[in-house]
Design a protein around this ligand. Structure first.
Ligand code: ADP
Length: 366
């Protein structure tokens, strides 16, 4: 006889009784989904390895037991009971509560009646899928749609209100009308920034974010952003920089890296008082290019530090809006870094300032 791994799963050879059960067992244990077979009394007659793992039970001890004895997941046995009673397929889900720092698990059950050669129902087969990740992604998507709608609605409502007031008041003095129109303009700009940021994020999240990576000098996008920010410097904190004399070559998309630099610089300017100081540094360390933006502004509390990279997360919503923020900047920064095989992290002390550090592999090491 051939060794097990050399044997083919030929349906004809599976007809031989001895081999059949062995091969079926092998196939069932190879499945990623859990499979449990029960008789009419809901006693377990088969349970594959995945089912044992998903339900947290031992296979050997499960055989012959009733489903209700095997697990406290009441939905599981009630789904099988339903399939046996109605002679039809039945399905349900169960949530397994996990400790506070872990995501609750979600299992999906599908039970179908099994018939013998005479067509009589002789038991049921239950399949079990883990759908924790799927449900989580659904929540993330729903939250995102709700957030986007809310963020878009705010400027649209303001624009509508302002225009309606202008239209309904024929006697409105020119100076007042102008003030209203300026407000409409700034809300329209906000809408446009928001949509641009959303499109950037959508592009970055699609797999082909960087279609054709090119080697470029990381000093260039950083310089461009510093130059753009300096035009406002009279009203803001001072920007100092320490960039190397020689090129720092990375591979990727220079425009996306410019977005990283300008978002980090804009934030440093927004959250640092006008008398403050912002330091921009670029250097190579081992096989990585390191880009830092450090400010001595308001700082970020520990509880917010990891969350600020989430879409729309803002420590102080009203303040961010007032400063023209969309809550998407750091999320864009994070995605660009990941797309370049790098990462971004933050060190911060509330009241003292923050240091954002971007690390990207140097081109020669990629
Ligand atoms: P926003 O458009 O609101 O600036 P970001 O995604 O760029 O959105 O940043 C998220 C939040 O992180 C900000 O609302 C702010 O609360 C906080 N933050 C970002 N950068 C800094 C910084 N340099 N100093 C203090 N807080 C910051």
């Amino acid at each position: 006889m051939l060794p097990a791994r050399d044997r083919k799963l030929d349906p004809q050879s599976m007809d031989t009784a001895g081999d059949t059960s062995g091969q079926l067992e092998m196939i069932l244990n190879g499945l990623v989904e859990g499979v449990v077979a029960v008789d009419l009394d809901e006693r377990v007659i088969h349970l594959n390895s995945a089912a044992a793992r998903l339900l947290g039970v031992r296979r050997a001890e499960s055989l012959g037991k009733q489903l209700s004895e095997l697990t406290s997941l009441s939905n599981l046995s009630s789904t099988v009971s339903r399939a046996l009673a109605t002679r039809c397929e039945a399905s349900s889900e169960a949530v397994i509560e996990m400790p506070a720092n872990e995501r609750n698990r979600v299992l999906e059950f599908e039970a179908s009646p099994v018939r013998d050669s005479a067509g009589r129902v002789s038991g049921a087969v239950l399949s079990i899928h883990e759908i924790t990740e799927l449900r989580h992604l659904e929540h993330v998507r729903q939250d995102f749609v709700a957030n986007v709608s809310h963020e878009l609605k705010t400027p649209i409502t303001a624009i509508r209100g302002l225009i309606e007031t202008i239209l309904s008041d024929r006697e409105m003095p020119d100076a007042t009308r102008r003030r209203f129109l300026e407000k409409v303009h700034s809300q329209a700009l906000r809408l446009s920034t928001l949509v641009t940021d959303l499109l950037t994020l959508a592009r970055l999240e699609s797999r082909d974010a960087i279609l054709e990576p090119v080697p470029f000098d990381l000093r260039d996008p950083i310089f461009t952003s510093i130059r753009a920010s300096r035009t406002m410097e009279e009203r803001t904190a001072r920007i100092e920089h320490d960039l190397p004399e020689t090129p720092v070559i990375v591979r990727g998309d220079p425009e996306s890296l410019r977005l990283v630099a300008s978002n980090l610089l804009d934030n440093a300017l927004k959250y640092t008082p006008a008398a403050g100081r912002i330091q921009v540094r670029l250097y190579s360390r081992g096989d990585q290019a390191v880009f830092e933006v450090e400010d001595n502004g308001i700082g970020i509390e520990a509880k917010d530090r990891q969350r600020i990279f989430e879409r729309f997360y803002r420590v102080d919503k009203a303040r961010s809006r007032e400063l023209g923020g969309t809550g998407l900047g750091l999320s864009i920064v994070k995605h660009v870094c990941l797309a370049h095989g790098g990462l971004v992290d933050v060190e911060s002390t509330p009241g003292k300032g923050s240091l954002f550090r971007v690390t990207i592999p140097l081109a020669e090491f990629r």
